[in-house]
Design a binder for this molecule. Structure first.
Ligand code: GLC
Ligand code: GLC
Length: 810
């Protein structure tokens, strides 16, 4: 069943029923100021850090789910309703939520009154703008009472939810004209306040939650709205809110427009006050003046749309598959930008207070957005690298506001360092900016320990070699990419985190996934060294890579597939010998991406085993058979019920690794079959089962052993976004940025006749048409560039202009 449709021309997903199987959300904001907004306007807004600078309050795990947001109430005679359906849940005569690129628009109507609410954060603006248009579609004059509503969060979202004994006494507000200010703690250590304003005269307001809602009511029945009048309350402690009350008279056919701004202001210490106790509102007023008319809002909205068109224009696909076109050209690229901004911090599954930016996560995210905003990718790479230690290890996470490594979590996730080679090499291939390698970057955030970024890559590489186990395979540490395979953890205490507990300190548990990863990025490191003339480094590194390939063949081949690991006791993990968890996806993915044992047929056997044992109608599961008992020597993976998360769930993030493996074998039909199964736009029809948004990838889909196979969870913030964009664009469509040009090497389903890609690369636009007259998967017969035959399959760097490329497979 569907709950909406894709409007490709407007780059929107249009939700036609507010009762989606789960809140279907969108993100507002592109830099520094952000909002999460559901299809019923739930969510919150924050400056930079969803934990420390949250403007509005949100209660996760609410009943009903998704209550609390920016709300407008319309009281039209006896009927009270919201343009966003919630919180009143009054049945509407019509409802549409159009989630677009960094904006959401709600179109609804009831009893001849229609509402059009546009929510977005203008570029370079520290506030959410809400343009509300109300129109009387009836033939009689209407007198409508409009109430706005936002509940302030006392800034630190975690403290806000825990330290009530203090917080219930600290809330402070100010009201001036039509602007409601939130200034809790501004008197002491904060230099920031928030405001909620509207560009019209108001008839009243409330700033105290209890006065507005009533002690015993919910958001769906605020007392003030029921009474049809605001109370002009001033909050003293308790729970400060901001609500405007406006009486709106609309003649038949008349429309009125209101611009609301939910803004954030920082003042220098010496400029905090206008007079004793009265905040300096100069900046807030300037922000309000920026958007005091509908025209100004619409101009900023047009700018935002242009911004996105320009970004997306860098990669556009036209193929016979409309579901694929919209993912590649619009939604997947959009999701990559959102994961760039949020990492794994704030979604409807991530509370915004628990996690910072992951070292491995953020490095992997780079490959999804580097073609769109290379300058920001550069900055991000340098920030991440600064949280590395001198021995190549690194903090597992860092905080976005301070950019400092997170001590509480620490390091020792032994795959982490290698992802830096992925991000840096991808960045240089995209931009040609080798100078980044000479940037001096601190170790452990300490400037006095700065070394070149190249040195950081070198120590990333050597960190693996310096940490080999008994089979000359990489030690896993606390975990590798699979956070839940905790081979040194041995936890019996339910209050311990599996990620931070290491009750055993052995040097035996080895990861074959890291071995594969090392071969892939070791080769990448060698290639990079050669590019910059570091022959000796390249030569030495290649000895290590060869040795690793040898160790994998000798100690990590199980007969039909690659082992997953050796545990603390030196026993095989992911072997046919095991009762549960006989085979795992990660090592098949990485060892086949590394093409280990290609000639001997290992690669093909491994991928055939994936097909046989891990494939399902909804994607490839992580391991099989699922664990049904807690295995203390394996850790968190065996805690999840069978079929969920890392215990045999379909982790969409790692499916692309197998897909890339398939393309390297030239099996385009199989690669495509896997790709399509997890691609959300193809799941739109089963939205009632899939549950989460059909326009973005989710982290996990329940596997075949689960109660409800095919049910998705953890949408939006996942490495799935970047890996799938990388896989479809570079390995299936076969357009690969490289040091010397744009390499063309498609591997497609045999029934694709042709497709075209517009790809901007190093200043030039390449319009690439790929024809497949003989219906094959892979192999190039000829390439023409601007009408002339090209030798080889690398389009040269042309730096400007638009160029026509014709590729014939055969
Ligand atoms: C989550 C984490 C990621 C990890 C993955 C598998 O997506 O963000 O770091 O690799 O789970 O455990
Ligand atoms: C949990 C999640 C996993 C995540 C990890 C780190 O184990 O299942 O996906 O990566 O926590 O926070």
């Amino acid at each position: 069943m569907k709950y909406g449709f894709f409007d490709d021309a407007n780059k929107e997903y249009v939700i036609t029923s507010p009762k989606t199987p789960f809140p279907w959300i969108n993100y507002l904001g592109n830099k520094d100021f952000f909002g999460l907004i559901s299809n019923t306007a739930g969510g919150y807004t924050f400056y930079k850090d969803a934990k420390f600078r949250r403007l509005t309050r949100y209660r996760y795990n609410n009943v009903p789910v998704d209550m609390g947001g920016r709300y407008y109430y319309l009281k039209d005679e006896d009927c009270t309703w919201n343009p966003t359906f919630k919180p009143c849940q009054t049945e509407l005569d019509s409802y549409e939520c159009r989630h677009g690129l960094s904006y959401s628009r709600f179109l609804s109507s009831k009893n001849g009154l229609s509402s059009n609410l546009l929510c977005f954060i203008p570029l370079d603006y520290m506030g959410e703008v809400h343009l509300l248009k109300l129109k009387n579609e009836s033939n009689q004059t209407k007198k409508v009472k409009l109430f706005s509503f936002a509940e302030w969060c006392l800034w630190n979202a975690e403290d806000d939810m825990t330290n009530f004994q203090r917080n219930l006494s600290t809330g402070e507000v100010e009201v001036e004209g039509s602007a409601l200010y939130h200034k809790t703690e501004y008197k002491e250590r904060r230099n920031h306040y928030a405001f909620f304003s509207v560009n019209t005269k108001i008839n009243g307001f409330d700033t105290d939650r209890e006065s507005f809602i009533g002690m015993h009511n919910g958001f769906d029945k605020p007392q003030a709205v029921e009474n049809g009048k605001a109370t002009d309350s001033i909050a003293h402690g308790w729970s400060p809110i901001a609500s405007h009350y406006i009486e709106v008279e609309l003649k038949a056919g008349e429309e009125k427009e209101f611009v609301f701004v939910l803004g954030y202001v920082e003042n220098k210490d010496e400029e905090k006050w206008a007079s004793k106790g009265i905040i300096n509102k100069t900046k807030a007023k300037a922000m309000m003046a920026q958007f005091d008319t509908t025209q100004k809002v619409e101009a900023a909205f047009a700018n935002l749309q242009n911004y996105w068109s320009n970004l997306l224009d860098k990669f556009q696909l036209d193929s016979q598959e409309s579901e694929l076109n919209r993912m590649v050209s619009i939604w997947n690229q959009y999701q990559c930008m959102v994961t760039f901004n949020m990492s794994r911090s704030a979604s409807f599954f991530e509370s915004g207070i628990g996690r910072g930016m992951g070292f491995r996560d953020s490095n992997q995210d780079i490959i999804g957005f580097v073609h769109q905003i290379p300058e920001q990718a550069r900055e991000r790479i340098l920030d991440i690298a600064a949280t590395q230690f001198e021995d190549g290890g690194c903090y597992h996470q860092y905080q976005p506001l301070t950019k400092m490594g997170n001590h509480a979590l620490g390091g020792d996730f032994n795959d982490d360092p290698l992802w830096l080679i992925l991000s840096v090499s991808s960045y240089i291939k995209e931009t040609g900016d080798f100078a980044i390698l000479d940037e001096m970057v601190p170790f452990d955030n300490d400037e006095s320990k700065a070394q070149s970024l190249f040195t950081h890559l070198k120590v990333s590489f050597s960190h693996v070699i310096n940490n080999l186990g008994p089979h000359q395979l990489p030690l896993i540490g606390r975990a590798d990419w699979n956070d839940c395979l905790n081979l040194n953890c041995f936890s019996t205490n339910p209050n311990e985190s599996f990620q931070t507990t290491g009750n055993k300190k052995g040097r035996t548990a080895e990861s074959i996934m890291i071995a594969g990863l090392f071969v892939v990025y070791g080769k990448e490191f060698i290639k990079l060294c050669k590019q910059i003339g570091k022959r000796e480094e390249a030569q030495e590194a290649s000895l290590h890579v060869k040795a690793m390939e040898k160790s994998v063949k000798e100690h990590a081949w199980d007969g039909e597939w690659f082992l997953r690991a050796y545990d603390y006791y030196g026993k095989k993990v992911g072997s046919n010998e095991n009762k549960e968890g006989k085979i795992f996806i990660e090592s098949q993915g990485w060892c086949t991406m590394a093409e280990i044992g290609k000639e001997e047929g290992l690669m093909k056997k491994s991928l055939d085993s994936v097909k046989e044992r891990l494939d399902t109608p909804y994607g490839i599961v992580l391991n099989n058979p699922a664990f049904t008992e807690y295995k203390i020597e394996y850790g968190e993976i065996s805690t999840y019920p069978a079929g969920y998360k890392e215990n045999a769930g379909i982790f969409c993030h790692n499916n692309p690794w197998v897909i890339i493996g398939e393309t390297l074998l030239g099996r385009g039909d199989q690669a495509w079959d896997y790709f399509r199964k997890i691609c959300p736009s193809y799941l739109e029809e089963i939205s009632d089962l899939h549950k989460v948004e059909p326009y973005v990838y989710c982290q996990m889909v329940a596997g075949k052993d689960a109660f409800k196979p095919g049910e998705g969870k953890n949408s939006w913030l996942t490495g799935t976004a970047s890996w799938n964009f990388y896989t479809i664009s570079q390995y299936i469509l076969g357009i690969q940025p490289d040091y010397d040009g744009l390499k063309i090497d498609p591997c497609i389903p045999s029934d694709w006749k042709e497709y075209s890609v517009r790809r901007q690369f190093r200043g030039a636009m390449y319009e690439i048409k790929v024809l497949n007259p003989s219906g094959i998967n892979k192999g190039i017969k000829s390439i023409e560039l601007d009408g002339k035959a090209l030798n080889g399959n690398i389009l040269p760097i042309l730096t400007s202009g638009t160029h026509q490329v014709k590729v014939i497979l055969g």
